[in-house]
Design a protein around this ligand. Sequence first.
Ligand SMILES: NCc1[nH]cc(CCC(=O)O)c1CC(=O)O
Length: 327
Amino acid sequence: MSKEVLVIGGRSSKLAVAQSTKVKELIEEQFPQYECRIVALKTLGDQIQSKPLYSFGGKAVWTKELEDLLYHEDAKERIDLIVHSLKDVPTLLPDGFEIGAITKRVDPSDCLVMPIDSKYKSLDDLPNGSIVGTSSIRRSAQLKRRYPHLKFESVRGNIHTRLKKVDDPESHYQCIILAAAGLIRMGLESRITQTFNSTMMYHAVGQGAMGIEIREGDEKLRNILSKISDEETTVCCLAERSLMRTLEGGCSVPIGVETKYDASKKELLLKGIVVDVDGTKAIEEQHSIIIQDSKEDSMACGKALAEKMKQAGAKTILDSINLDRIH
Ligand SMILES: NCc1[nH]cc(CCC(=O)O)c1CC(=O)O
């Protein structure tokens, strides 16, 4: 019997292809009657590598072209689902789309990557004025608090490009900061020199998880994806995304989180931080609830934490960052 084909759309970077392949495997394992085909596409974010990411102001640079293919069912290359790094998915999707599933998270931490032959092993070892490559204000702002003697500069490109940049003997950077998850998913965990725990750095909302986007109300895909979603990751990520949505921060503003869900007690603990650009001011709060309805209560937890953080002054910090961006 011939199999029914499902087309998975994703970006064309090595990480994106690895992620699409993982979702293909998850679906085909559960549903032998389907065969998944992968379409890899270059998006605006892949094409414009010269500008720092925050200058896009949180626009959907990674998602728009793929959504066009998903929406136009009669398009030449129609697709049935989009695999994203959840971190890159805006907290408000355009009309007509929904997140069909969030899959099991790998390590959400950020990590340090040193050149292969570096004599240094951690940020503590680096001499004054060393240059740390990262294009994320969340990362640089949190590290500036603890390492005021280091310099932070933007580094763009996909993960392999960034690794090449730091390994170059003439490199401008002494080290770079990346998400551990991307390296792990590509089998490059040996490049992780140091993993940051939450006392060093809170990770990005959704980091380490994959988000699968489908057409709104697509029952067939909803059913398929319900079998490959991960309950614990979904609870944590819905809470994180709700926190971010309520704080009205785009995907590139410095909101960091750490989330724990104890499934036996149904207890969710969400911690969040907002830091100003030079790491001098920080608002750090936490909120915990018992989850009954996993979707509603997770989102309520994120919202409650956002309100606490606003009360404590988070909005002032975020507004000053948004102002900076306009000028
Ligand atoms: N915006 C780039 C991006 N989007 C997702 C990941 C890594 C994988 C993940 O966070 O799930 C990365 C690279 C990085 O931040 O190092």
